[in-house]
Write a protein that binds this ligand. Structure first.
Ligand code: ADP
Ligand code: MG
Length: 617
């Protein structure tokens, strides 16, 4: 035809086509899934357009997909009544668009572990999978825009494609495929039906094959079906088709409500927090449907941010149809939907925690950090989230305990929940702040995850119990435990002399130096003066990389400690005494994770070793 124009594919696309034509992928059938997925997208986009725009071609035509085959001709035709494409769109979408997806696909084909035919759709190049099975392809399309003209696109998988005017009266897109000899099996209705069942059963529009009036796909949205009629396998298939995650979900929630709002929700908590390499879900958010029409692919207003790891579908009859995405988001109805959906998820998690502790821990280890974030960022939700938290403690370091477990095990007279904050579980148990609690057998929560400091900003009380950092000077402890240490203390006079010496050497670096009865194994510890920023906030500032001055602290000494007793006897060697006092202070800073320059200790430690060795000599 004289009006026909020839174009050349982009370099990456040429390379991609070359791979697809010449490689022997065993699962050729996936090309059908890709073409049906495109048809379904096109129908969805048209459906959505209709909500706000009545000025469209063929508004009355049924939204559907039709497939026909011709065995003798070895052809396959897939036709949809979707949104269609104009000439410019067809050139861009099927040929000239810059293809980063093609490049990524080519990269991925180098990895032989991956079955490329399974995942081609995820690279945004699914259409080209047709060349696994096609000798040539002709796409004819007529846009929904009433004045657009029909156009056709033709390619054989070589370097060029042709675009020319076409005859087509109905809105939508028709894809004609001349099958290669080794793909002749697809010119067969039964083969096509089976493939649809396998890969495309939940496409939201009817698919008809040949002359049959019964549709080949189940179509009914799974979330609208009765729960007792759905098998585990169907749920898992649905999850797989939606996400392309290969592992089964950790938890599924299928909820239907009629009041105060009508709603169907089918939600999944994945097995892993990280999305699979080929996940279809590119963003967080739920698929939002209104009466079966997809109105938002990634809706983020249905769940609080801290539950953003939940995937799935929410469909409500109550959402008005003739609205844009923006107005949906700002309507009060969304808030009510959010309340219900959030409530469902939280309730399921509570139930799981009660009924299947092991599975709940698997959940906690993957997603606990999100819940902690919830405590920090949503003060109104803390009460709901608190029972879901799990902790390691000094007395139960290997297993996870809830706050209720902790409370149940509290000691006689204990009125507060104690915790310690630190950088890692191993160093935190050596902290001098734990000395007292360890020897009294008092349980302390070990908070060593960076998110813990943030969580503590929203967690100062559980039921009637305040949470108390053991590093704080004023922490109250059950009186029963206030027994005097058995070890002999230094006399008061001697201690006073020692204090003077410490003050002389440390000077302005500490606000005060005093004796403490909270230490047993450790010589000293640093505590905050009562008026300073609490230790969690100090950490939060540090994590956020914000400038803040390490507040001056109080140095508490253990008057029963052997080092201090001997130190007094070291009067003669003022130099050694000074170095030891400096090192006691530096070690205390180090334990708090506050030392500004740990390597500066090396010369002193060397000096100390030399002094000690020369004494021995
Ligand atoms: P993706 O579907 O990931 O965008 P594809 O390679 O499958 O990538 O399709 C490329 C583009 O071609 C689509 O984004 C769409 O714009 C257009 N397209 C493909 N098939 C159809 C169709 N049946 N109707 C309308 N547009 C289509
Ligand atoms: Mg596609």
């Amino acid at each position: 035809m004289s009006d026909s124009q020839s174009f050349t594919f982009k370099a990456e696309t040429k390379q991609l086509l070359n791979i697809l034509i010449h490689s022997l992928y065993k699962d050729k059938e996936v090309f059908l899934r890709e073409l049906l997925s495109n048809a379904s997208d096109a129908l969805n986009r048209f459906h959505f357009e209709m909500l706000t725009n009545q000025n469209v071609l063929d508004p009355e035509v049924e939204l559907k997909i039709h497939i026909s085959v011709d065995k003798d001709e070895r052809t396959l035709v897939i036709q949809d009544t979707g949104i269609g494409m104009t000439k410019d769109e067809i050139i861009e979408n099927l040929g000239t668009i810059a293809q980063s997806g093609a490049r990524n696909f080519i990269e991925a084909t180098r990895d032989t572990e991956v079955d490329i035919s399974q995942v081609i759709g995820q690279f945004g190049v699914g259409f080209y999978s047709v060349f696994m099975a096609a000798e040539w392809v002709r796409v004819t399309s007529r846009s929904f825009k009433p004045r657009a003209k029909a156009v056709s696109w033709y390619a054989t998988g070589e370097d060029d494609f042709e675009v020319s005017p076409a005859e087509m009266n109905e809105r939508g897109t028709k894809i004609e495929i001349k099958l290669k000899e080794d793909a002749a099996e697809f010119a067969d209705e039964t083969r096509i039906r089976n493939t649809i069942k396998k890969h495309s059963d939940y496409i939201g529009f009817p698919i008809y094959v040949g002359d049959s009036e019964s549709q080949a796909n189940q179509q009914t949205s799974l979330w609208r079906s009765a729960r007792n009629e759905i098998t585990d396998e169907q749920y898992n298939d649905f999850y797989r088709q939606m996400t392309m995650e290969f592992e089964e979900p950790l938890l599924r929630i299928h909820a239907v409500t009629d009041a105060p709002v009508q709603l169907f929700a089918l939600l999944f908590i994945p097995n892993k927090a990280e999305r699979g390499m080929f996940s279809l879900r590119k963003e967080d958010g739920l698929k939002l449907y209104s009466r079966n029409i997809l109105i938002d692919e990634y809706n983020k207003d249905l769940l609080p941010e801290y539950l953003r790891f939940v995937h799935g579908v929410v469909d409500s009859e109550d959402l008005p149809l003739n609205v844009s995405r923006e107005t949906v988001q700002s309507s009060g109805l969304m808030l009510r939907l959010k309340k219900i959906v959030t409530g469902q998820v939280m309730r399921e998690l509570e139930t799981l925690a009660k009924k299947d502790a092991e599975k709940y821990i698997a959940f906690w280890e993957e997603f606990g950090v999100f819940l902690k974030q919830g405590i920090a960022s949503e003060p109104l939700e803390t009460e709901k989230v608190q029972p879901l938290l799990r902790f390691k403690t000094n007395l139960n370091a290997e297993t996870w305990s809830s706050l209720d477990d902790y409370v149940e095990r509290m000691q006689e007279g204990q009125k507060e929940i104690y915790y310690i904050v630190g950088d890692d579980p191993r160093s935190v148990v050596r902290s001098p702040h734990l000395d007292y609690f360890q020897s009294a057998g008092t349980e302390v929560l070990l908070l060593t995850d960076p998110m813990d400091s943030f969580m503590l900003m929203g967690l100062n009380k559980y039921k009637e119990y305040e949470l108390k950092n053991v590093a704080q000077a004023d922490v109250e402890t059950p009186e029963a435990n206030e027994k005097e240490s058995e070890a002999e203390k230094i006399s008061e006079d001697e201690f006073a002399t020692l204090l003077e010496r410490f003050k002389e050497i440390l000077g302005e670096r500490v606000t005060d130096i005093r004796a403490s009865n909270r230490l047993s194994q450790s010589v000293a510890r640093l505590v905050d003066p009562d008026d300073s920023l609490n230790p969690e906030l100090q950490r939060v500032y540090r994590y956020l990389g914000q400038e803040y001055e390490v507040p001056k602290k109080i140095l508490e000494l253990n008057p029963s400690h052997l080092i201090l007793k001997r130190l007094l006897a070291e009067k003669a060697d003022a130099n050694l005494q000074k170095e030891i006092i400096e090192q006691i202070y530096d070690s205390a800073l180090l334990v708090e994770g506050l030392h500004p320059d740990p390597s500066s200790m090396a010369p002193r430690i060397q000096n100390l070793m030399e002094l000690l060795l020369s004494k021995g000599a």
